[in-house]
Design a protein around this ligand. Structure first.
Ligand code: ACO
Length: 336
């Protein structure tokens, strides 16, 4: 029997118009453009402005663009997974809301929470539904309004994050294109180093939690950096080894965009030269669940059918992983 693989058959992104530059951050906290660019590689990031607009707004925009590009009717979507760390609400799932916004009436949908590794987790999960042969059109959304949980008085985190969304369409493929393999890992002891301390069931919102600024991201940057560098590179090397992938067989590395130095270390470990590494951290910062689909969207016009793409990500949890995907179409002429 021919094996069914889950191929990405379309990709689209959405970023809000407002650009928060390093120069503007210099007016908010004690920092400098020089520090931010040299320590992270980030020059600017996008911020979603507008009363009542949450992560679902950006996710829905990305999905609408995806449906337009791929000539897909919303009713055809079987499943929509939204990977996000900043859902509109604790419940219901943002995936439910996005499905409603785009008219995906026949889809079941759920959220995936794996912080910055969320898109990798979501894509791997969505692929399983395709590979069984039971589902034909699965949409994976990676979206985050990080500005809703960033403390703009904390110079060590506010410089990093931005808002954005990306969406990918997964469809069955029997010609060998699509997701070939993935490595996913997690270690919950990471909660001590990277967490939004209040707002969940362990520490519900109260006057005290708000006063203590516990609804914002808490990150021990240097500790997280060490875990990220080691584990992202390790996972990327593992996926290459077990698929007999030599460096010259990999056309692209699509890494999570948390810090340019972490990206460089991963590429180095894989033996991938800089020109093959998808980078958009300079203009979007760390958009958490959106970094991978936004990178694919940015580079779509350069992607060719049969390109071997390596993915690598690391995030809160801790969660991390890698994936190997064979690209299914020529992006030139399709990309927007
Ligand atoms: N401007 C100027 N100085 C700063 C700034 C800033 N914006 N931020 C921190 N500093 C200072 C610190 O106060 C410290 O000063 P000190 O030595 O006097 O105490 C010094 O710079 C060094 O601080 P570090 O935190 O050690 O700086 P580092 O080089 O590690 O960079 C950063 C910080 C960018 C956060 C880095 O640690 C990092 O990228 N960590 C990993 C982030 C990551 O991958 N997160 C996972 C994904 S996110 C998620 O899942 C939601």
């Amino acid at each position: 029997m021919t094996q069914i693989k889950a191929a990405i058959t379309g990709i689209c992104g959405y970023v809000p118009d407002y650009i928060l530059t390093n120069a503007e951050l210099e007016t908010l906290v004690d920092t400098s453009d020089e520090w931010i660019t040299s320590r992270t590689g980030i020059s600017e990031r996008r911020i979603l402005i507008g009363e009542g607009k949450g992560t679902s707004h950006m996710g829905a925009e990305a999905v609408k663009g995806l449906l337009r590009k791929t000539n897909t009717k919303p009713e055809e979507i079987d499943l929509l997974i939204c990977s996000t760390t900043t859902p509109d609400f604790v419940f219901p799932a943002s995936a439910n809301i996005i499905s409603d916004m785009v008219g995906a009436k026949n889809a079941f949908s759920y959220d995936m929470q794996a912080a910055c590794s969320g898109f990798l987790y979501g894509m791997s999960a969505g692929a399983q539904f395709i590979e069984t042969g039971r589902y034909k059109k699965v949409v994976i959304v990676g979206a985050d309004k990080m500005s809703s949980i960033v403390d703009y008085q904390d110079r060590s985190t506010c410089i990093i994050f931005g808002d954005g969304a990306g969406a990918a369409l997964l469809e069955p493929n029997t010609d060998g294109y699509g997701l070939i393999d993935f490595v996913l890992k997690s270690d919950g002891s990471g909660v001590n180093h990277l967490v939004q301390k209040a707002g969940g069931s362990r520490r519900p919102p109260s006057l005290e939690t708000v006063t203590n600024r516990e609804h914002y991201i808490y990150q021990e940057g240097a500790a997280v950096f060490k875990f990220a560098v080691t584990n992202m590179a390790e996972a990327a090397a593992r996926i290459m080894e077990r698929n007999d992938l030599k460096s010259d067989m990999v056309q692209w590395l699509c890494p999570h965009q948390a810090n340019k130095r972490i990206i460089n270390a991963t590429a180095e470990r894989m033996g991938i030269s800089e020109d093959k590494v998808m980078i958009n951290i300079h203009k979007y910062g760390n958009t958490t669940n959106a970094t991978l689909p936004l990178a694919l969207w940015d580079y779509e016009s350069q992607l060719k059918m049969g390109d071997n793409i390596g993915f690598a990500a690391f995030g809160g949890g801790f969660t991390w992983g890698s994936a190997y995907l064979r690209w299914a179409y020529n992006g030139a002429g399709v990309a927007d």
